[in-house]
Design a protein around this ligand. Sequence first.
Ligand code: SF4
Length: 622
Amino acid sequence: MTQEDLWPRVEALLGRVERPARYIDREWGAVHKPEAGYRAVFVYPDTYEVGQPNQAIAILYDRLNAVADVAAERAYVPWLDMAALMRENGVPLFSLESCKPVCESDLLGITLPHELSYTNVLEALDLTGIPFRSADRDVSHPLVVGGGPCVYNPEPVAPFFDAILIGEGEDAILEIVAVHREAKNAGVSRTEILTRLAEIPGVYVPSLYTETRDGSGAFKGIEPLGNAPAQITKRVVGDLESVAPPVRGVVPFVDVIHDRFSVEILRGCTRGCRFCQAGMVYRPVRERSADTVVREVMSGLACSGYDEASLTSLSTTDHSQIEEILRRLHRRLEGTGVSVSLPSLRVDAFGVEMAHLVSGGGKKSGLTFAPEAGTQRLRDVINKNVTEEDLLGSVERAFAAGWRRVKLYFMIGLPTETDADVQGIGELVTRTFAVARAATPPSARGSIRVAVSVSTFVPKTQTPFQWEAQIPLDEVRRRQAILRDSMPRKGIDLHWHDAQESFLEGVMARGGREIADVIESAWRGGAKFDAWTEQFRLQRWADAFECCGVDPSAIANRQRTEDEPLPWDHISAGVSRKYLLSERARALGTVTTPDCSFGSCTGCDVCGDLGVEVVLGGERRG
Ligand code: SF4
C-alpha cells in the first residue's frame, strides 16, 4: 500500500481558498505516529472549526494513540472552495496528521453529530474515493465505522457503514481496532471481519440485518441474518473516574467554535425532559469527582495555554460538587485572567448563584435559561419541572446582581400544545422583561435585552415522545405568527429556527433504510452542509424524495401507534420501552416525574439492564 504524501499538492491549493489553516497540521497537541502499523482516521462531517472542538473525537483520538503501533488521525470536510479545487486537481481527502489519503487508512470513523450532517458523510466518502455503500466495498477499503448521537436510529445511514457503534466509545473503540487488526492480519474475508465485529457488544453491522415488510409493503421490522444479535444495546462506561479525559487536547491555529479547554464533568442527565433524546440515551448520571475535575482543568490549562476552561455536560450545575469545584477553581485561577464557563444553567436561584461564582462578580456576559414552554401545563407535559416563579426569581436576582442580558429557549409544536400555550411564551417573555426592568437601576434600563430563541419540536427516537407527530410546515408558520404577535418588540430579540430544516431533521430522525437512497439522491443534487442555513435548500430534498418515491410527511408528520414496529426497535439505549410508554401516558395526563439523582429510582431500567448505576460525588441539591 503506497501512502502518498499529498502535502505538496495540498499546499499548492491553499493560496486559493478561504481559511487555509483548516487544512494544515502541526497544531499543538496533535499526535504523529508515522511508523504505526495500523492507522485510523476520524472524520467529523463538517468544517475544521465546527468539528475540531468535538469532545468524542478528542477522547477516541487520545485512547487510540495511547495504543502501541496504532495511529489515530483527524480529517474534516473541506469547505466548498477547497472541495472544488481538490476534485479539479485529483486530490483525495487527506488526514491532517500525515497528509495521506484517508482511503489508505485501516479504519475510517465518522461521527454523526446531527441529522443534517448526513449529506456531508457522503461528501467525505466521495472525496476519499471509497464506495458509498458497504455492499460495494472490499478488503482493500478501510472499515467505515459510525458513531455519535444519531446512532439511536441508524437506519437512514445504515447502508453507508460497515459497522456502527451504539453508545460510548472509550472501551469499544479499542475492541473494534483489536478485532479488526487481528482479522486483517489473519487475512480473513471481509464477511468474516464483519461477522467478528458484530460479536462485540454495542456494535451494529447493518449488512447482517434485513428489513421485513408485509404483503402491502408496510415495514414490519429489522431482523438479523444468521447469528447476529436481535438487539444491539448501547455501550456505557460505568466508572468515569477510571477513564481520564484527554490530557492535552489539540490547540487549533484558527478560531473554532467553543475555543477553550473543556473537561466533561459528568455524563448523563436524569431530569427526565420527555422530548430530550440526550437525557434518555446518556443515562445514568455519572459524575467525575471534584478532585479529578480540578486537577484536569489545571493541568489542561497549563498544557494548552487557553484562558478559558469549560465544564461540560448536559446539566453542569446539577453536579453534586459544583459549588466546591467552582470555589476551588476560583481560588486557583484568581488573578490569572483565566475564566471558567458553564454551558448550561438551572432555571433557579442555585443556577444564578453558580453563575455569580463563575463571573466572580466581574463582567457579566449574559445568562441562558431554557423554560422550553410558555405555560405551566405544557411544562408539566414535557416534565420540565420548572415553574414561572423559578424563572422570574432567577431573572430578578440576576439583573439585581448586574446582569443585563438573558437568553430564553422555547419550543413550539410540543405534544398537546394549543394556541394559548404559544401565546403563553409571549406572556412569559413580557413578564420576564418587566421583572428584569424592575430589578435594574433606571440609568441602566436602556441596556436590558431579552433574547428569545424558539425551535420547532422534533420527535426523537428513544424518548417518550418518539410516537408523536411533528407539526407540518404550514402549521409551524401559523404558530410562529402567533408567537410574533404575542410579545412586544422593544428590548426583545425574537429568533426562530428554520422550520424547513426542522422538518428534514424530523424525517431523518425517524425514517428507515429507504432514506439512504434519498440522502444519496439529495447529495447528487448538490445538497451538502445542510446545517449551514445559507447552504440549505429544501427543494433539493423535495426532488430527492420524489425521485425515490418517499413521502417525507408520512414520516415526520404522522403519529405512530404504540403497537406498530419502529425502524429503530433493534437498537436499545437501555431505557425500557415500558418506561417510555409510561412516561408518555404521564405526559398526556400532565403528571410529572422527579429526577432519580435527587431521590429514588423512577424505574427507567437502564441501571438494571446495563449493570451500571448512578454515580454521584456527593448529595445533589434539588
Ligand atoms: S434505573 Fe432508576 S436510578 Fe437508574 S437511571 Fe433509571 S431511574 Fe435513575
